[in-house]
Design a binder for this molecule. Structure first.
Ligand SMILES: *Cc1c(COP(=O)(O)O)cnc(C)c1O
Length: 798
């Protein structure tokens, strides 16, 4: 998009007023912030449509290969500012609103987050959609338009309470309904053989109806579509029953269908063996595949040529029913033979593995699969025996169907031509521990694509102060070529640059301190170190290790108040899955400890704990640019990659972390001397667990940890209920699966190093600036270029 296409402030202002009048039907004198936000969003959306049409047209005309990214989650966050930045009109928007007498920030913050995901996996999908658009990779995202996204978190007396999320209560200005794009999705029923072909007669059907969101890339050069499916009833409302006065029964078909797209499952780290979850997965996958085949046939292309035109990526195993479903469509609907169908399927599909946690690997009881998807169960058996026949050396315990369960990881592996891990370490562990036999049968199928984050949202948009400094220092354009940040390196010897770098951090910290005062009623000093751990609450992420060390620090301060401490603000954020009792206890402990420490007059400003409710994408955008220290302290071998770690380091926070996931590569890139490493390595973790008494042994070796656990056990942080944390303390002594005790002293020592480093602000500034300068590798543009080259075999259409 050339600059000549950019609107002036006056033009944009007219467009906003036009939408206020004719789309919102509001007089400026009575318009609310919401009305203005809608008017601005629609004005911006109008400007997305031209590049969007142009991209779609070009893809049709050139017959370019399309990529389809199937994901049960897209954690998009707010869209207004993201679109404005990519179109190059953020400042114009600000000025136009100011000219109308409005507060730009208030309008932007009026937008609710689109929270159609749980955490890292869903946010990755959103970053990848943005990078595909920025790189001009023709593609579609396919997901579910959940009526209720991830629950809203509140705290009541220190406890997490979940409230339903309601993003669609307001009009959603970024989508276009497509009532003409509907597909029938079947469940249950029977399969008969008719003339040698299988005929599946579903017992239940619903319709999947499309809703499209345009995703515009950097500088508006390309735009793709995120197509989300809503479930609708096949038979409308029963008028006969309604006329008989049976109103509830009349609405039944509609209610039944709608449950399918009603809620996002609020946990992606445990496998949910629920019929509704399987139905949701099939609903998304079948709608997507029917849409893909329809588009392919509409271009008058042969189904045999599908792999030349179509690449389908499965984001984890959630859409792994894609293999059997594509085989079914090709065989039962399009009359192909099995051998041809499976050959095409494997060539089209790619599978991204996101977890090694055994509790997260999806497995469905064969009876459930056979009941909900009877034809697919047959095809799964067929794929399994086809694979066994093709690999006579396949050991008996390697297979898709085992112990009356369908193992979705094996299914995805066998039906995909490439299987990728999301960090170098994780990919190694997939090869060695998760799929060693399949890896032997298919050498080269498992590859690595280390995760990435979009620098447009996570630096340019979230951190204007640092972005301006970077552009002033090395020129424009780094947003689309993040390796150019390396050009900042020579400036770390320049005291003037370092001052400006730390001044940018300071501005962000002041904003955050102001927000914390307003929203949490806690006064924190921007001079203190902002030490941040924000991510889903999970035992393997070890928020517990962080709070135990914090208690230890407090204990030391009280014993030795004269010593020299670097003031710290410990910031936590994150939601626990509603049924995850242990994680909820950890939240409560953090809240209880905060209550005691924040009100301890002996401590004053030296230690504060803040835990704002409802961590989400927009809170991440607020917290990350203000962070000095990034906590990435998972038990080694458990975090597949992490992406929060990348956002922090890019914004000039130093990491304290274990050798886990992408931490390993971040440390390699930024330099070991600019990273606070501690803790057991993945092989050491495995070895340590051989000792059934590892927890007890580690605790007995640390007087500090004994003291800390003793204080918790005595009810020091829960005087009104001293026994509140008995179970937690008991687990620490007796099992401690995630090795909090074994890493405690190493973590404490690393935190002392952090303190010493922060005491020298000049050298801290250098380390922080080097982190930013060396994080170019973690752009999601690099990751998507890797997928395009190694998995999708496609090229930019720009
Ligand atoms: C980036 C991000 C995550 C992932 O964070 P990790 O630290 O990698 O687990 C989760 N939630 C939100 C809102 C994010 O922006």
């Amino acid at each position: 998009m050339k600059d000549t296409h950019l609107p002036t402030v006056q033009v944009l202002r007219d467009e906003i007023e036009h939408h206020l009048t004719y789309s919102m039907g509001k007089d400026a004198r009575h318009a609310s912030v919401y009305d203005w936000r809608m008017a601005l969003s629609l004005a911006i959306r109008d400007r997305v449509v031209a590049p969007w049409f142009a991209a779609t047209r070009k893809t049709w005309e050139t017959g370019a290969k399309r990529v389809y990214y199937l994901s049960m989650e897209f954690l998009i966050g707010r869209m207004l500012e993201d679109a404005a930045i990519n179109l190059g009109i953020r400042d114009t928007c600000r000025e136009a609103l100011e000219a109308l007498g409005l507060d730009y920030e208030a309008v932007v913050e009026n937008e609710p987050d689109a929270a159609l995901g749980n955490g890292g996996l869903g946010r990755l999908a959103a970053c990848y959609m943005e990078s595909m658009a920025s790189l001009g990779c023709p593609g579609y995202g396919y997901g579910i338009r959940y009526e209720h996204g991830l629950f809203k978190q509140k705290f009541e007396a220190g406890r997490q309470v979940e409230l339903p999320e309601d993003w669609l209560r307001q009009r959603h200005p970024w989508e276009f309904e497509r009532p003409e794009s509907v597909y029938e999705i079947g469940f249950k029923g029977t399969v008969e053989m008719v003339d040698g072909r299988a005929v599946w007669t579903p017992g239940e059907t619903v319709l999947a109806e499309a809703c499209d969101m345009p995703i515009v890339g950097w500088e508006g050069k390309w735009a793709n579509t995120l197509r989300l499916w809503s479930a609708k009833p096949t038979e409308q409302f029963d008028l006969a029953r309604f006329n008989h006065g049976d109103y509830a029964a009349a609405a039944e078909p509609e209610a039944l269908a709608r449950t399918l797209s009603r809620v996002l499952y609020p946990d992606d780290t445990t496998y949910a063996g629920k019929e509704l979850r399987l139905k949701q997965e099939f609903f998304l996958t079948s709608a997507a595949l029917q849409d893909i085949l329809r588009r392919h046939l509409a271009a008058e292309l042969a189904l045999e040529d599908l792999p030349d035109h179509v690449a389908i990526q499965m984001n984890d195993t959630h859409p792994a029913i894609a293999g059997p479903e594509l085989v079914r469509l090709l065989m039962d609907v399009h009359g192909m033979e099995f051998e041809a169908a499976i050959d095409i399927t494997v060539k089209c599909l790619g599978y991204t593995n996101h977890t090694l946690l055994p509790e997260a690997l999806e497995r469905w009881a064969t009876y459930l699969m056979g009941t909900v998807l009877p034809r697919h169960m047959q095809i799964i058996e067929k794929i399994d025996s086809w694979h066994r026949a093709a690999h006579p050396g396949r050991p008996d315990y390697v297979g898709i169907v085992k112990h009356q369960e369908v193992r979705m990881g094996e299914l995805a592996f066998i039906t995909a031509h490439k299987v990728n891990g999301v960090s170098a370490l994780h990919t190694e562990l997939i090869r060695e521990n998760l799929f060693p036999q399949l890896n032997r049968l298919h050498p080269g199928r498992i590859i690595n694509q280390t995760n990435g984050i979009t620098p447009r949202r996570w630096l340019r948009m979230a951190n204007p102060a640092l972005s301006h400094l970077i552009t002033e220092t090395i020129g424009a354009g780094w947003e689309a070529d993040l390796d150019r940040l390396r050009a900042l390196e020579p400036y770390i010897e320049d005291a003037g640059f370092l001052d400006q770098f730390m001044a940018a951090k300071r501005v962000n910290k002041e904003h955050l301190a102001h927000w914390i005062a307003q929203n949490q009623g806690i006064t924190v000093s921007p001079d203190a170190m902002f030490d941040v751990q924000i991510k889903r609450l999970h035992e393997y992420k070890r928020q517990l290790l962080n709070i135990l060390q914090t208690i230890g620090e407090w204990h030391e301060m009280r014993d030795n108040p004269q010593a020299d401490y670097q003031p710290r603000v410990k910031i936590f954020g994150g939601k626990a899955a509603p049924g995850y009792v242990a994680a909820k206890q950890i939240i409560r402990l953090i809240k209880d400890v905060a209550e005691v420490i924040n009100n301890d007059p002996a401590i004053g400003d030296r230690l504060k704990i803040v835990y704002p409710a409802n961590y989400n994408v927009s809170m991440a955008e607020r917290l990350i640019p203000a962070a000095d220290l990034s906590e990435q302290i998972s038990t080694a071998g458990k975090e597949a990659s992490g992406t929060g770690n990348m956002k922090f380091a890019l914004n000039g926070a130093l990491t304290i972390g274990t050798l886990d996931g992408a931490n390993v590569e971040i440390r390699e890139q930024v330099g070991a001397e600019n990273f606070f490493l501690f803790g057991l390595t993945a092989p050491e973790v495995t070895a340590r667990r051989e000792d059934p008494e590892h927890a007890r042994h580690a605790i007995l070796e640390s007087q500090m940890l004994q003291d800390v656990l003793q204080m918790i056990a005595e009810g020091r942080f829960s005087p009104e209920e001293p026994g509140r944390y008995h179970d937690l303390v008991h687990t620490m002594w007796n099992s401690d699966y995630f090795l909090v005790a074994s890493d405690f002293e190493a973590y404490r020592a690393a935190q002392k190093e952090v303190d010493a480093a922060f005491a020298n602000r000049a050298s801290w500034a250098k380390m922080a600036a080097l982190n930013t300068a060396r994080m170019g590798f973690f752009s999601s543009d690099r990751a998507i270029a890797g997928y395009m080259r190694d998995i999708w075999e496609t090229r930019s259409a720009l």
